[in-house]
Design a binder for this molecule. Structure first.
Ligand code: HEC
Ligand code: HEC
Ligand code: HEC
Ligand code: HEC
Ligand code: HEC
Length: 216
């Protein structure tokens, strides 16, 4: 089984731009909210090209058949790729994890959010078309996707995302979750089920260590 991942140097900025323009046109024609989000991401990257060096869209790796079985992390019912959505197309984390700055729970996007784009976006190769077909079938059958949860604390512990985002900023995700925008499949970078991990950062940042702050 091949674990070789081919880094796709072929996706030049020009290529990404023309794809983006296609989606901008689609957005103009169909008025889809999700596609409009892609159009905004496209504009940002245009602006960045003429400006100083700012992290631009990260070309997602091309995975050959057989590679996916060796990826770290849990297999999901649909092969949803953060490296494509958050990396290559630069869709903001909070577009999908909509409540991360205001609630304990970050929020997992509904099928409706996915279909804001995937009514129009059907995929460019056979592998992506097959996965997007699964998504469209779930949508037409009104069956929510049961994502397997990767990070899961014991029930006696309380982790409020909002407090952390307020104190550490909207881009703090990587501090705890690693560089998700480069992950074809999400995996645990830190062992969150370990009190010592929480406490050492709380000591470092002079945050409470009161048992009742974290335990019910
Ligand atoms: C803002 C637009 C947008 C949203 C929202 C969106 N996608 Fe996508 N998605 C894309 C684009 C663009 C591609 C790349 C399609 C291509 O060129 O093959 C893609 C690709 C995919 C693929 C194929 C990946 C592969 O194997 O190559 C799957 C599966 C997918 N999306 C599932 C989802 C799911 C599930 C959701 C909701 C949780 C979602 N998408 C939300 C724009 C979006
Ligand atoms: C287009 C929608 C979309 C975007 C954009 C997105 N995510 Fe996600 N995210 C999902 C979906 C759907 C899942 C559940 C399936 C999975 O684990 O891949 C998920 C799962 C996760 C998980 C694992 C959750 C668990 O089960 O423990 C983390 C962590 C995460 N996302 C972080 C991020 C970060 C950080 C960003 C921005 C860099 C981001 N996501 C951008 C849709 C999105
Ligand atoms: C200080 C560490 C930390 C930061 C910063 C952080 N997370 Fe988390 N995240 C966690 C922990 C711990 C869990 C498990 C929580 C639980 O099980 O109650 C988690 C769980 C998640 C989940 C799964 C929730 C579910 O319902 O399935 C998602 C999605 C997620 N985080 C996204 C994000 C995003 C997006 C950001 C940045 C905007 C972010 N996280 C910032 C520590 C963090
Ligand atoms: C990388 C650093 C970091 C890690 C890791 C971290 N925290 Fe925090 N935590 C913070 C910061 C910063 C705050 C915000 C303090 C504030 O509101 O000023 C905070 C606040 C909190 C609060 C709110 C405290 C209050 O004032 O009521 C709780 C509860 C909490 N964290 C639980 C956890 C748990 C549980 C974990 C481990 C699963 C964890 N944290 C891991 C940095 C971290
Ligand atoms: C910053 C958050 C935080 C604080 C403060 C905290 N804990 Fe924890 N505690 C955790 C996390 C996270 C776990 C692991 C939960 C899991 O297994 O998912 C945990 C686990 C535990 C466990 C179970 C141990 C095990 O091996 O499963 C005990 C007992 C415990 N804590 C007691 C305490 C006591 C007593 C205090 C106060 C002195 C305290 N905790 C303070 C976050 C915290």
């Amino acid at each position: 089984m091949s674990r070789e991942i081919i880094h796709n140097a072929d996706i030049s900025t020009a290529g990404a731009d023309s794809i983006m323009r296609k989606y901008v046109l689609l957005a103009a024609g169909m008025g889809l909210a999700g596609i409009a989000a892609l159009a905004v991401a496209g504009r940002t990257s245009d602006a960045q090209q003429s400006g100083p060096a700012v992290a631009d869209s990260i070309a997602a790796t091309v995975l050959a058949a057989g590679d996916t079985a060796g990826l770290p992390g849990l297999r999901q019912p649909i092969f949803f790729r953060h490296d494509i959505h958050a990396g290559q197309y630069k869709i903001e984390c909070q577009y999908c994890h909509y409540s991360v700055a205001v609630s304990s729970e970050p929020g997992i996007p509904t099928l409706e959010t996915c279909m804001g784009c995937h009514t129009a976006v059907s995929g460019t190769d056979s592998a992506s078309r097959a996965e997007i077909r699964l998504l469209r079938t779930a949508w037409s059958e009104k069956k929510p996707i049961e994502w397997n949860r990767v990070h899961f604390l014991a029930r006696h512990v309380h982790f409020p995302h909002a407090n952390h985002i307020k104190a550490m900023g909207p881009n703090a995700c990587a501090t705890c979750h690693g560089d998700v925008a480069r992950m074809p499949q999400v995996y645990k970078v830190n062992n969150v089920n370990n009190m010592g991990w929480c406490i050492s950062c709380h000591i470092e940042r002079k945050v409470t260590r009161d048992c009742t702050a974290c335990h019910y």
